[in-house]
Design a protein around this ligand. Structure first.
Ligand code: UDP
Length: 525
């Protein structure tokens, strides 16, 4: 912004402030206390050692002028008057909110976040106050927001400005609180408090996060921002709902949504964001190769030529969710030579976040396409199958050989061997000299097994294939093409194996996380 624009904006803000301040003075003579409090805060701002004392003094000014939290409402009806404790609660409230806003300032020195938070919470509070006819609160909030936005525009943000803004917000909330006695019985003070209160909490939360381990992660700040936005939005919705519904329902909604929000926030701050690289989509730290089915087949063929124990994984959406907390599984994906997106959820996430993921490449399609492409090769493809219940791999081998003439299944073993039988299985595989070992032990067992035994196996490709043997053996049916096209193969599998329901319950969480990341990007970028 050029200096000329800054000046123009400054004039606009002044023009907006004059009628606001005049109407405020007409509406409420107690405002001298706030003015004095603000003067103390701004006047002593330079002396860091006096910050807390000046804040206490400013809070006392507001209290002496008549801004007091005088009662706490009782859900059963009636009020609990604080009497002697009123000054203490009022002081604590003003100090907490002011310090909170100033902490937010330190978290985000650019001031953009503070302005946005103030706009969101200020507008939500103002809306509620206007619905309840508390025009004084509306005016106060309007003034605070205008000042805050104005300060951001033409001053270098400093801690004391934000403390003054927090002071204004805290007093505005109290002004609303006093006014609501008649209309909202007990809940009103809570509603008036909910926004600055949750904002303060979120500020404290992100402040703590940003100063500790989260800071070390490159995307830490972005995640703190998401948390703040979420909590502000959540608080706005709560504040809007509170006056309209029954107390018990309100508490229920608060508890329910609080838990869900808590989980989301928890998973968000714990997780790194996604990243798009040239040909890779790093989804929660799991790198996924953006290949088409044909390209994946070509990669497999090149691994087969190179003969160097390449590791191939085909995670579906639930495996990606699992890899977020299972670092061993994630490590396997990180070290794998090819990781294909075997989940509609992954493809959707990639498209939403701008990764060049083109199509779903499922394990079963990849293997079948490879086998089919081998039909005209000179040497047959030597394959070993490890996994599934006893007898299933043999049946699968039989069916596969019928379908793909140039295929040679050089051995099979069921997937329920004990750890002490592992060496025997390994030597069985090595003796059979396969080109490729298909491992169907399910996620994450197959990935961990492949990584652990990779060096001991003298093969070109190790590939995890989950429940493919069951499908080839005819024990399970693959979803019809129409289900696959609709991205509902997982649902079809749930019908066949209801125990998978637990696993797919992670999909809504995944959708929620990706949506939040998208929202966060829109807000933060
Ligand atoms: N399985 C196995 N050994 C085990 C556990 C599972 O061989 O200790 C087999 C199981 O019989 C089934 C496959 O692994 O054939 C797991 O299939 P699922 O569809 O669950 O695979 P995912 O979806 O995990 O890739």
């Amino acid at each position: 912004m050029t200096p000329k624009h800054v000046r123009q904006r400054g004039v606009l803000h002044l023009i907006a402030l004059i009628p606001l301040s005049l109407s405020l003075l007409l509406l409420d003579s107690r405002l001298w206390g706030v003015a004095l409090g603000l003067a103390i805060l701004v006047g002593t701002a330079r002396y860091r050692g006096l910050n807390l004392i000046s804040l206490i003094l400013a809070a006392l000014c507001a209290y002496a002028a008549g801004y007091r939290i005088e009662f706490i409402t009782n859900p059963e009806g009636g009020f609990f008057y604080l009497q002697q404790g009123s000054w203490l609660i009022t002081l604590a409230w003003i100090i907490a909110v002011s310090q909170g806003v100033s902490a937010l300032e330190q978290l985000d020195p650019s001031g953009r976040l503070l302005t946005k938070i103030l706009l969101i919470s200020g507008s939500a509070l103002a809306l509620i106050a206007s619905l309840q006819g508390q025009w004084l609160s509306v005016m106060l909030l309007g003034t605070v927001v205008v000042i805050a936005v104005g300060l951001r525009t033409y001053t270098v943000p400093t801690e004391h400005w934000s403390r003054a803004v927090g002071y204004g917000l805290a007093v505005a909330a109290i002004a609303g609180l006093v006014k609501t006695t008649a209309s909202m019985a007990l809940l009103a003070p809570l509603i008036a408090l909910v926004l600055p209160f949750t904002s303060t909490l979120s500020i404290a939360y992100s402040y703590k996060l940003s100063r500790s381990w989260l800071d070390e992660l490159p995307t830490g700040r972005t995640r703190s921002l998401i948390v703040l936005y979420l909590i502000s939005a959540y608080a706005s919705v709560l504040a809007f709902l509170a006056p309209r519904i029954d107390f018990a329902v309100f508490v229920g909604i608060m508890a329910g949504t609080g838990i869900v929000m808590g989980l989301w926030v928890w998973s968000l701050v714990r997780l790194p964001q996604t990243e798009v690289r040239a040909k890779e989509f790093v989804l929660f730290r799991t790198p996924i190769d953006c290949v088409t089915l044909d390209e994946a087949v070509q990669r497999l063929a090149s691994f087969l030529r190179a003969r160097r124990s390449a590791l191939v994984c085909t995670p579906d959406t639930t495996a990606i969710v699992r890899a977020q907390r299972d670092h061993k599984l994630r490590e396997v994906y990180e070290r794998a030579d090819l990781v294909t997106p075997d989940g509609t959820g992954i493809v959707w996430a990639g498209r939403l976040l701008g990764a060049p993921v083109r199509e779903r490449v499922s394990g079963i399609d990849l293997v079948e396409r490879l086998f089919a492409s081998w039909a005209h090769s000179r040497a047959p493809l030597r394959v070993f199958l490890v996994g599934a219940a006893p007898g299933v791999a043999e049946r699968a081998a039989q069916k596969l050989c019928e379908r793909y003439p140039n295929l040679q299944i050089v051995g099979t073993h069921h997937g329920y061997f004990r750890p002490d039988e592992n060496e025997r299985v390994l030597s069985l595989i090595n003796r059979a000299q396969p080109d490729i070992v298909l491992v169907g032990l399910g996620v994450p067992k197959q990935e961990l097994w492949m990584q652990e035994n990779r060096a001991k196996l003298n093969v070109s490709v190790l590939m995890g294939v989950g429940g493919c043997f069951d499908v080839w053996a005819g024990r399970l049916q693959r979803a019809p093409v129409r289900w696959q096209r609709l991205g509902l193969e997982w649902l079809y599998r749930v019908f066949q194996e209801p125990r998978r329901l637990v696993r797919v319950s992670a999909i809504p969480l995944f959708v929620g996380q990706i949506s939040l990341i998208k929202i966060a990007r829109l807000l933060c970028d």
